[in-house]
Design a protein. Sequence first.
Length: 195
Amino acid sequence: MISRIRGELIVRDLERVEVMTSGGVAYEISIPTTVFERLPRLGEQVTIRTYHLVREDAVMLFGFLDDTEKTVFTRLLGVNMVGPRLALGLLSALTAEQVVRAVRERNAAALTAVSGVGKKTGERIVLELTGKLDDIAFASSALGQRAPAAEEALRALTALGVTTADADRAVRSVVQEKGSLSAPELIREALARLK
C-alpha cells in the first residue's frame, strides 16, 4: 500500500500531478481541485498523502495534502454507489470540511449541488455517513470562529450562483484579513474578491 509520496513536483495539472521521488521513480496521482489550488510551484518539494486503489483492471493513486481530506475520501468510497471519480468530484467542488458539515447537518442539498451527485446519491451519502464522520475534527479556523455570519454569507453567495468552493474561499479570505464582520459586510467584501 502506498500511503505517502514525497518528492519534486514535476507535473501540476488541474486533475493530476506527478511527483519524482529521490529514488528516480515518478508517480502520477489524481487529485481534487481543492488540492491543486494549494500545491507548491513546479520544481518544489511536496508530500502527498495517497490512497492506493487496486482493481482488476487498474491501479490508481489519489492524492491529498492532509489526512482529513484522505479520510473523507475513503469514507465516501464506503458509500454504496460512490466510486473514486465521484468522491474526487465531491472533494473538487467542496472542501473536506464542507462535506463533513453537510453530512452532520443532514444537508443533502449541499451535496447535490455538485455535478454528478443526484438527489438519491446525496441522500444516500448523508444516510450512510451519518455518525461515521464524528471522529473528524477541524482545527479552529477563521471561518469556524464566525460561524453564524459566515454561514449566512456562504448561503447568500451560493444563492447568487457562486460555487460553494469559491464562496467558501472568498469568505475565509475576508475573515482572515478583516476579522469580525456582519453577514452583509462579509457578503459585500467576498463579492468584491470574486470579481
